[in-house]
Design a protein. Structure first.
Length: 384
């Protein structure tokens, strides 16, 4: 089988969706398939000739001002178009409804092969945050739904995200295909290495991993840390990642007198060091209302670290308070209170999280492949 996985990002600028696409490409290639990762080229040349275990095709792009991402322009990239025309795709999968989706749709229609689309993100929230216009956000969501209406099958990453898509106006069938993770077995040495690298000391450690962006509710984490500090001064909050609000978040820590408690690591490419941080952390604090099925929650669980999540959020699906994670209300006060109470049972709850939350990517890949095969056969039958 020859598969095209279409995305809007590729290293060094990769987000959760890019990590999903990369995992698809890796695991499907291991399973004997030919799986292409197709995405825009970045101005950053560090990964221009990176060696991967799967084929990568990248197309021309232009940078977005004040953003890490670029906007692809595949239609004018003649070299990319030539490369694409020689690949005998059996199925294409768009992990975006935007530029890459246009290319995936064109290929699917020209060759009469299945087109799958996955909703990974809350596009209404994204557009509203950037434009502050409900009219523009609704128009973009309308366009997203129109794209999904022309796909052979539509996937979401959990039931809560399916409800988000229903709220956008999509009325077709939805298949839930969960995200996976890689099971980690961090050691005391891994935790010690992270502790020494970031000067964490021996107190409690809270961890956040993700974009340094207010849409992730990270500002509430900082405010909660200030409340927590009033009664529990010996702790570190480690925030891993980069993003548009990095400077504002750093200013918040100074204003709230948290400079000695909060560690901003910036982008962390060293996965072993990240594994050590998950292992050293007592609690993974992720009160995002934006995320659908955050990979980081699964990574934390794979390391035996429980997550603090907002009750009713998409990210909290599959988590039961006090059993395999901790749930709280969306206020800095309740987040701080939950941080305190979670420490009492964090070790046992983390062990339960490891048992119940992570699904290996190899298992997900088998389900994906079976679905791909079914769709290809169905398309062939309809073509007869």
């Amino acid at each position: 089988m020859v598969i095209g996985e279409f995305c809007e990002c590729y290293p060094p600028h990769i987000d959760g969706v890019g990590m999903v696409v990369r995992s698809y490409a890796e695991e499907l290639s291991k399973a004997g398939q030919t799986c292409y990762y197709i995405a825009p080229r970045s101005a950053d040349k560090r990964y221009a000739h990176a060696s991967e275990s799967f084929p990568v095709i990248r197309y021309a792009s232009v940078p977005i001002p004040n953003e890490a991402y670029s906007v692809g322009v595949p239609a004018i990239d003649l070299s990319f178009q030539r490369d694409l025309s020689t690949i005998p795709f059996d199925i294409v999968h768009a992990h975006t409804p935007f530029v890459s989706a246009i290319e995936a749709t064109r290929i699917a229609h020209e060759r009469n092969i299945p087109l799958i689309a996955t909703l990974h993100s809350k596009y209404y929230d994204d557009v509203l945050q950037k434009t502050h216009s409900e009219a523009i956000a609704k128009a973009v969501v309308w366009r997203v739904v129109q794209f999904f209406n022309h796909c052979d099958e539509v996937w979401t990453v959990n039931d809560a995200t399916a409800e988000v898509l229903r709220g956008y106006g999509y009325r077709g069938e939805i298949v839930v295909m969960q995200n996976g993770t890689n099971l980690w077995y961090p050691t005391a040495d891994d935790a010690k290495a992270a502790e020494e690298r970031f000067g964490l000391g021996t107190g409690n450690v809270f961890l956040f991993v993700g974009q340094q962006n207010f849409k992730k509710n990270l500002n509430s984490v900082i405010e909660a840390a200030a409340i927590y500090k009033k009664t529990n001064p010996d702790f570190k909050l480690v925030s891993v990642g980069q993003g548009p609000d990095s400077e504002r978040l750093s200013e918040m820590t100074e204003q709230l007198h948290l400079t000695d408690n909060v560690v901003f690591t910036g982008h962390l490419a060293d996965r072993d060091l990240l594994k050590g941080l998950y292992a050293r952390a007592d609690l993974f604090v992720f009160p995002s209302l934006y995320d659908t099925a955050g990979l980081v929650v699964r990574e934390a669980a794979a390391a035996g670290t429980p997550s603090l999540l907002i009750e009713g959020s998409c990210a909290a699906e599959g988590v039961t308070d006090g059993d395999n994670g901790f749930l709280c209300k969306n206020t800095p006060e309740d987040i701080a209170a939950c941080m305190a109470r979670a420490l009492e049972t964090a070790k046992d709850v983390g062990a339960r999280a490891r048992e119940t939350i992570p699904i290996p990517w190899s298992t997900i890949a088998k389900d994906v492949l079976a679905r791909y095969e079914m769709l290809i056969e169905r398309k062939k039958r309809y073509a007869l």
